[in-house]
Design a protein around this ligand. Structure first.
Ligand code: SAM
Length: 230
């Protein structure tokens, strides 16, 4: 096995809460944050079934994505908490009012839109990975809208060999992320890093994550003379 030289930035300071949290917990938070991806995100167009929503959020969190986008045309988004398993507290959920608004926001952030689409002919491994990619998943009944299809940088199909017409959308998401996240992580490893979320985002997240499970964390911070994010 080759040893790897990591070139990650150190944390800008020590968090005052650290002495009050089990070292294993702090180490786990740090490992997960260091592996976080900002260059891959998932977008759900009018996905509203609470079980599907929860399964998707949980899958995104497990693969190390930090941002998840919901494009809402007809429905609001609710989550089945027994399926989500608190995954929603670790990710940032962004809501967009309608497909046009969602597309504009994602493009403004520099994401290529890769739309999973039963009408597509290209498969994922045929497409070169861009610096930032947003995977778009459609609604269980109607699939992807024409507006989203027209805005897509790429459209892809996940090959199937059975009688059914499609995968469940959370399964389509997992198959997609499995291939794509492995490719992105291999690129990052070659650069000597594990994740690609910038420090401006990592540090405030670390502060927030360390507070989970601690009662009155804000008051404790104040009493310890915490000056806030450096
Ligand atoms: C249950 S499918 C939607 C089926 C819908 N009746 C249609 O015609 O698109 C939900 C979503 O999962 C994704 N999906 C499911 N199976 C897929 C596949 N084989 N290839 C690409 N995307 C797929 C697509 O984003 C799709 O919109």
């Amino acid at each position: 096995m080759t040893s790897q030289v990591l070139v990650e930035e150190p944390w800008p300071a020590t968090d005052v809460l650290e002495p009050y949290i089990a070292p294993e917990r702090v180490a786990r938070v740090d490992t997960v944050l260091r592996n976080r991806l900002g260059s891959v995100t998932a977008v759900f167009e009018d996905v509203f079934d609470p079980h599907n929503v929860a399964a998707c959020v949980r899958t995104c969190e497990a693969y190390g994505l930090q941002d998840v986008h919901w494009v809402l045309n007809k429905h609001d988004v609710r989550m089945q908490s027994s399926v989500a398993k608190s995954s929603d507290q670790w990710i940032d959920l962004h809501r967009h009012n309608g497909t046009a608004e969602g597309i504009a926001a994602l493009k403004a952030q520099g994401y290529q839109l890769w739309v999973s689409d039963l009408q597509a002919t290209e498969t994922l491994d045929e497409i070169e990975l861009p610096p930032k990619v947003a995977i778009v998943i459609g609604n269980a009944k109607d699939g992807i809208s024409e507006e989203m299809r027209a805005a897509a940088d790429r459209r892809y199909i996940l090959p199937m060999w059975g009688m059914v017409q499609s995968f469940n959308l959370s399964v389509a998401l997992a198959i997609t992320l499995d291939g794509l996240v492995k490719r992105r992580r291999a690129e990052l490893r070659a650069r000597g890093v594990r994740g690609d979320l910038p420090m401006q985002r990592l540090w405030p997240l670390r502060r927030r994550w360390l507070e989970y499970g601690m009662q009155n964390a804000e008051i404790v911070r104040r009493n310890l003379g915490d000056q806030g994010t450096p």
